[in-house]
Design a protein around this ligand. Structure first.
Ligand code: SAH
Length: 457
């Protein structure tokens, strides 16, 4: 194909074979090397697509007819799968999803990282890949006078009612439905985004899967609620597992869910949960992993790749609430954690105290500033762990790692593409990638986590 020519036309039909999946779960077919992205299609399938939008380097198509189905195609279990958009891969069997995620990691390591001989292990998936999420955060609206609680319809601000979500902890589903009913009974209006009127904005439910403690967060526009004490009593009576009911007041015109002020209405300000042996205190605002079972799998792998003997100084960059730092501290001499969000660092320190872990220190700041500063102070890590957000590590941080020369780097990633990019930089700086272990933290979605082990050459 000549450079710049597009081999398809808008609104025309084409017979295609799908070869791949995009990182957001659409099927990819190619015509003379020109890719067409088609939602709902799976690799290995053949069908007819109508081209609906053309760009210079790629087009979007709609699947009109499927002639050959993938062996992994299944009927989605969730009745609202196509409307919701929260899951993207329910039309694929779980086995197929795990194979696709492995292929995605191998693909980017080769294409972006130019790493063709790295061992990528089979994805560690869940034995029971349903109802794994421990946190529900549901917007509330009104329809024909009653309250609806669910999710925003794709590309709109209309709220679709949802009585169950198959990847959500069942008790959270029940709590959201029951709370909605109680507010409706007492005539509380839902918040209206456009007019900035009404009261109830969001219902949040959090659950400690190990401790079986539940928390409810009622996000309201103002503090005043009618019949408050009766309402609270009815909410507490939803389940004996409810250990905390808090009200968060958010009076602003904003998409941000939580406001500044939180008031305890019943029980404690915190619930607790465990990942492995480590106990965590979780408040309305705390970050906490949404799938702690698989988080344990991911962090056990991180620990295995770090292979500590108790004598090491370890740095945990992008440490959040200190989950990985506390895991590592049990096996290391000293751990330094750094994270940009001050509240996360307060939680990290509290969690260290809660577990009686003393050989860890946390600092607030940008990893790319704090770690070079530590290095200048003579702090030298034997093992360095990074767990950056989707955009990957900052270049300055990678440069510092290359200068610092830790014996091992363990890279925990939620975005295989930036993982591959950063591994290339570290390889060019003298490290070798030994193995990569993908872990499925979010079954039925396209999210893909992986942990890589690098050693200094
Ligand atoms: N390891 C953590 C979660 C990591 S998620 C855990 O197990 O809980 C990535 C974290 O990086 C987030 O907490 C985010 O706030 C933080 N972050 C983002 N940019 C950062 C930066 N430049 N420096 C330090 N931390 C950063």
């Amino acid at each position: 194909m000549a450079k710049g020519t597009v081999p398809v036309q808008k609104n025309e039909m084409y017979e295609v074979t799908f070869e791949d999946l995009t990182h957001d779960g659409a099927g990819v077919a190619k015509i003379n090397g020109y890719p067409i992205f088609v939602p709902g299609a799976l690799p290995g399938e053949k069908g007819t697509v109508k081209v609906i939008k053309i760009n210079k380097g790629y087009a979007f198509g709609r699947l009109m007819e499927l002639e050959v189905e993938s062996e992994f195609r299944v009927e989605p279990d969730c009745p609202i799968y196509h409307k919701c958009g929260g899951c993207q891969l329910q039309h694929m069997s779980y086995e197929g999803q795990l194979l696709a995620k492995k292929k995605q990691v191998e693909g980017v390591l080769s294409r972006i990282g130019k790493l063709d001989n790295v061992m990528v292990h089979n994805v560690l998936g869940m034995a029971e890949p349903w109802r794994y999420r421990n946190k529900a955060q549901v917007p509330v609206g009104e329809r024909e006078g009653g309250l609806v609680a669910g999710f925003y319809q794709q590309r709109s601000h209309d709220i679709i009612d949802m009585d169950k979500c198959l990847i959500q902890e069942q008790l959270n589903d029940e709590i959201v439905q029951a709370v909605k009913g109680i507010f409706e009974k007492y005539g509380v209006r839902a918040y209206n985004e456009e007019r900035h009127t009404g009261t109830l904005r969001h219902i949040m439910a959090r659950y400690g899967q190990v401790t079986e403690e539940a928390m409810i967060v009622l996000v309201t526009k103002e503090e005043k609620l009618p019949n408050k004490s009766q309402m609270i009593q009815e909410i507490v009576d939803i389940s004996p597992k409810i250990k905390s009911v808090v009200q968060n007041i958010n009076a602003k015109r904003t998409n941000v869910i939580l406001g500044d002020k939180t008031k305890v209405l019943y029980g404690e300000e915190y619930i607790h949960d465990y990942i492995g042996d480590i106990k965590f205190a979780i408040s309305a605002k705390s970050f906490y992993q949404v799938n702690p079972k698989q988080t344990k799998v991911l962090y056990d792998k991180t620990l295995e790749f770090a292979s500590l003997n108790g004598s090491e100084t370890v740095i945990d960059a992008y440490c959040g609430i200190g989950t990985i730092s506390l895991f590592l501290a049990q096996r290391a001499k000293h751990v330094y954690g750094v994270e940009i969000v001050p509240e996360a660092i307060s939680d990290a320190k509290r969690n260290a105290r809660l577990n009686g872990i003393e050989n860890v220190e946390f600092a607030v700041g940008e990893a790319e500033k704090v770690i070079p500063w530590w290095y200048a102070q003579g702090i030298h890590a034997d093992v360095l762990v990074v767990d950056p957000p989707r955009k990957g590590c900052d270049e300055t941080l990678l440069d510092t790692i290359i200068k610092m020369k830790p014996k091992k780097v363990v890279y925990v990633s939620c975005n295989p593409a930036t993982l591959a990019r950063d591994l290339r930089v570290l390889e060019d700086g003298g490290f070798k990638t030994i193995e990569v272990q993908p872990v499925d933290m979010f079954p039925h979605t396209t999210h893909c986590e992986a942990v890589a082990k690098l050693v200094l050459q």
